[in-house]
Design a protein. Structure first.
Length: 197
């Protein structure tokens, strides 16, 4: 008798099932939030975060975001833009455009830093975070300057989405044995294995 009363108490306030007017005791698959949700892979997850980081960019030409990861934990993030305390290019204009410098050339003639550079700087500045053996997720392929820094920082894997016109970068990464992965997943990415944390 007590079980029947408990069941009635639980069913009070539940919507009627529609066919007989009684409370629907088993929710349908469509009414359970996220029942059919597909979890993103780790690469998709961190690339989505890199996309969000890129929204903070102050560059007038291209917004790039990077996320430094070790053991599936975010160590640091960075986006491309001018150093702290320097006027944004939106206020003073783009030096590279003014000089007519094409993308992928003369990186030293820019007021800003690249996302990968800022990521390594943030890791160093905020706690001296170890970067050896880490992975970098970046919305664009790193240039040769960033590549050299990533190699010396001990980064072992780079996952990028958009191409960048710098053949030297790819050659350096290959010679250094850094794994380079072109990210081509859709927005959700493949499902993570059920035992994946």
């Amino acid at each position: 008798m007590a079980q029947a009363e408990d069941k009635d108490a639980l069913l009070q306030g539940m919507p009627a099932c529609g066919c007989c007017g009684e409370a629907d005791t088993a929710p349908s698959a469509s009414s359970v939030p996220y029942r059919n949700y597909v979890r993103p892979s780790w690469d998709s997850y961190f690339m989505q975060i890199a996309d969000a980081v890129a929204t903070r960019s102050t560059c007038l030409r291209r917004h790039v975001g990077a996320v430094l990861v070790a053991d599936k934990r975010i160590l640091a993030t960075g986006y491309n833009g001018v150093p702290a305390g320097i006027a944004h290019c939106s206020k003073v204009g783009c030096l590279r455009e003014r000089l007519g410098i094409p993308s992928g050339e003369r990186h030293e003639l820019c007021r800003g830093l690249h996302a990968e550079q800022n990521t390594l700087i943030q890791a160093a500045r905020h706690g001296g975070i170890a970067t050896d053996g880490s992975t970098v997720y970046c919305t664009a392929h790193p240039c040769a300057q960033c590549t050299k820094m990533l190699i010396n920082a001990g980064v072992k894997r780079i996952v990028y989405r958009d191409s960048y016109p710098d053949e030297l970068s790819a050659a350096l990464l290959k010679e250094a044995g850094v794994e380079l992965c072109h990210f081509e997943d859709g927005p959700g990415g493949p499902a993570a294995p059920s035992d994946d944390v």
